[in-house]
Design a binder for this molecule. Sequence first.
Ligand SMILES: NC(=O)c1ccc[n+]([C@@H]2O[C@H](COP(=O)([O-])OP(=O)(O)OC[C@H]3O[C@@H](n4cnc5c(N)ncnc54)[C@H](OP(=O)(O)O)[C@@H]3O)[C@@H](O)[C@H]2O)c1
Length: 377
Amino acid sequence: MRQRPTPDGAIPTRRAASLLLALGALAAAGCRAPGAEVPPLGSTRHAAVAVDTDGGRRELTFLAGRVDDEEAEVLARLAPNVRLLRGLSEEEALARAGELDGVDARYATPELLAAAPRLRWVQAFSAGVDRVLAVPELRARDEVLLTNMQGMHGPTIGDHVFAMLLQLTRGLDAYGARQAEGRWDRSSPPRAPTALAGRRLLVVGLGGIGTEVARRGDAFGMDVWAIDRTPRPGPAFVDRTGTPADLDAWLAQSDVVVLCVPLTEETRGMMSRERLLATRPGAFLVNIARGPVVDTDGLVEALEAGHLGGACLDVTDPEPLPEGHPLWSAPNVVITPHVAGWSESTGERVRDLFRENLRRFGAGEPLLNVVDKAAGY
Ligand SMILES: NC(=O)c1ccc[n+]([C@@H]2O[C@H](COP(=O)([O-])OP(=O)(O)OC[C@H]3O[C@@H](n4cnc5c(N)ncnc54)[C@H](OP(=O)(O)O)[C@@H]3O)[C@@H](O)[C@H]2O)c1
């Protein structure tokens, strides 16, 4: 199968893994079956060097979160000139801010940034960095690179999207209730089961996650359309690609719409009340991106009016969704509590990306998954 052209110069997992193995690190990715589809590990799209380390001779300090001894040994082998501080409290971190060259984004508070003049790298352990970029001190400091986990959740969230969608299209919620009662009841559930084959899937945001959603949609026999911010051809399993300018027209022609965009100034409220009501009647909306991409009141209205066929939400606005919120009781809704990316595979991919970035940090090589702070992702 043709891989997506990589204007971002994405590094295939197997190459990255062999790098890690060459350095004596454990790399689970190196054990994959030959021929398996392996989404890329890390993007060089905005890659940049955080600190010139004179070929690894300069000593650096990175403040990590909780890292166990075994993993700390692996990291020390990969980046021998990087001293790792681990598991400090916020107060302890602040007291040592002056020593820091890099930090886990969980420590990147305004106070720490103000007290850390040497700081050159912040590593977020999430793909979305909307909350990290809400710290103005980080946005303002051009010399501090922010890297994220963009793309690391793709395979798992791709699975989760179809798990939620199939619950609605195959009536699994209704059959599940009958099973819980121990009842063999073959009568049609209130919402008649439907097939995905031949339906049109619109993926909004064809990045790390969107690509995996599109790949699975193609395998289900769907006609896959995708919208990206930057116009470019998609992979072979995407039948048509467009830009945000196509959104209104394409929403009206799609049966399943999956939101895979980051939360930015451009995407906040992207699925407005008007757009929700302009979707094809009976369409399913899936949001695994961020809650505020969708107008929640408009969504409830479109569901209650029976305009939307259903919604699958791993993220909501607000979050957590409060008890008694109308979305809990809206018809044909599947809600999971922001867990779509959880799996051992995501954990391994996140770990491998961090190992590789720490190695690059120490070696003075360009970091992967550098965020464009102005664009917000
Ligand atoms: N539910 C969860 O637990 C969970 C877990 C991980 C991530 N997420 C969310 O999912 C988002 C995407 O993650 P990812 O790993 O797929 O990131 P990614 O690889 O950076 O992909 C983002 C994609 O969105 C596109 N995009 C950006 N702005 C757009 C716009 N205005 N209109 C249309 N497309 C736009 C980008 O297009 P270009 O390439 O053209 O710039 C890119 O293809 C994250 O930012 C995060 O908010 C949620």
